[in-house]
Design a protein around this ligand. Structure first.
Ligand SMILES: Cc1cc2nc3c(=O)[nH]c(=O)nc-3n(C[C@H](O)[C@H](O)[C@H](O)COP(=O)(O)O)c2cc1C
Length: 337
């Protein structure tokens, strides 16, 4: 029998499969169904820095300051009535979930500047969060801020959230767009982060060519998004003192197995569960257990990091060589067998 238990951020989870930040845990009933299907933990939808620092009037002022800069500018900005103001609903939901569930409940913050709003970390800890996930979602848009300045501010933000979090562990959810990801990860560890979650899926608005408006539909991920995560996990595992979680593109137990082999202690699921509900979690658990068993792993812990890059003497040279080999191996369709 394969043991799926895993230790994540000082928490003992019965499974590495975690429900990622999303509306999936909006109600206690939904969360209980996911727990019954085998979830190791749940992460709540994020509270945004903007919800805390901007009173409703301030939010309007921020948005209105941009609306005249371009004829279509308003359509690129969020509608103020879809951005909820204040953390009270999340604190209430957290308390209700904490009372109902016997698996860890992780609260999520989305913010990018150190400041008074980070006191929310303390409120979430006081309301019963077992850990915090801080999402550093920040698509750069100005010529003024250099990468170094952005990263320094983000590291300061992590330190501020860790300081406010009353001792509960903080894991940081990143985008893939850091030129020096390993060094940045090491700075986050020094700032007190306990883990990393890789990677954010950037909201990717398309343009509707008929209306010239932004097409804001959120499309679910596919397994094709996983390799980007696998690569980063394999690079980081064993090199930074951070526990690694995967998010993005996990739809099968085999996807989850790959993430674990590359070094993920936990594997978050959202699109798969939005598509198929708790049954998908039960299926992915079965498939993961089946794969581990068939490959003689007694536990997911034993498999964690088995294919990381820690045994490669010069990972950069190895990566460049592999890239060159992949390019060389391409053949025109008519010569492919
Ligand atoms: C409807 C929806 C809502 C989401 N809300 C949040 C959120 O509040 N905070 C967050 O960090 N990520 C949020 N995400 C991103 C997911 O947590 C996850 O990182 C992303 O969907 C990639 O995982 P997947 O391929 O399993 O969907 C959301 C995703 C979806 C689809």
């Amino acid at each position: 029998m394969v043991d799926l238990h895993t230790d994540w951020l000082g928490l003992r989870l019965r499974s590495p499969l975690v429900v990622g930040a999303s509306p999936l845990t909006r109600t206690v009933e939904d969360a209980l169904r996911l727990s019954d299907a085998g979830a190791g933990a749940v992460v709540l939808a994020s509270v945004f820095e903007e919800q805390i620092v901007a009173e409703q009037l301030g939010m309007h002022r921020f948005i209105d300051s941009h609306v005249d800069t371009d004829a279509e500018a308003r359509s690129f900005l969020p509608d103020t009535d879809v951005v909820p103001i204040g953390p009270a609903p999340t604190l209430r939901r957290l308390q209700a979930l904490r009372a109902a569930l016997d698996i860890p409940v992780v609260a999520s913050l989305n913010g990018i500047t150190p400041g008074g709003w980070t006191d929310l970390a303390r409120q979430l800890a006081d309301a019963g969060a077992d850990a915090l996930e801080l999402n550093l979602y920040e698509p750069p848009t100005t010529l003024q801020a250099t990468s170094a300045e952005i990263e320094t501010r983000q590291i300061d933000t992590v330190a501020a959230v860790v300081a406010a979090a009353s001792g509960i562990p903080v894991t940081v959810k990143l985008s893939p767009f850091y030129a020096g990801l390993p060094a940045f990860a090491a700075h986050l560890a020094a700032a007190g982060a306990a883990g990393l979650v890789l990677f954010n899926r950037f909201y990717q608005p398309d343009i509707d060519l008929d209306t010239l408006d932004v097409d804001r539909r959120l499309t679910p991920s596919t397994s094709a998004e996983l390799p980007l995560r696998l690569h980063a996990l394999a690079v980081l595992h064993g090199h930074v003192g951070l526990q690694l979680g995967a998010t993005g593109g996990v739809h099968t137990g085999l996807d989850a197995a790959k993430a674990i082999l590359c070094g993920a202690t936990t594997v978050q699921l959202v699109s798969a569960l939005l598509d198929d509900g708790p049954a998908a979690l039960a299926r992915i658990t079965r498939e993961l257990t089946g794969w581990l068993d068939a490959h003689h792993y007694r536990s997911s812990h034993d498999a964690c990091g088995a294919t990381d890059l820690s045994n490669v003497a010069d990972p950069t040279a190895w990566e460049r060589l592999n890239y060159a080999r992949i390019l060389e191996s391409w053949q025109p369709a008519r010569t492919r067998r």
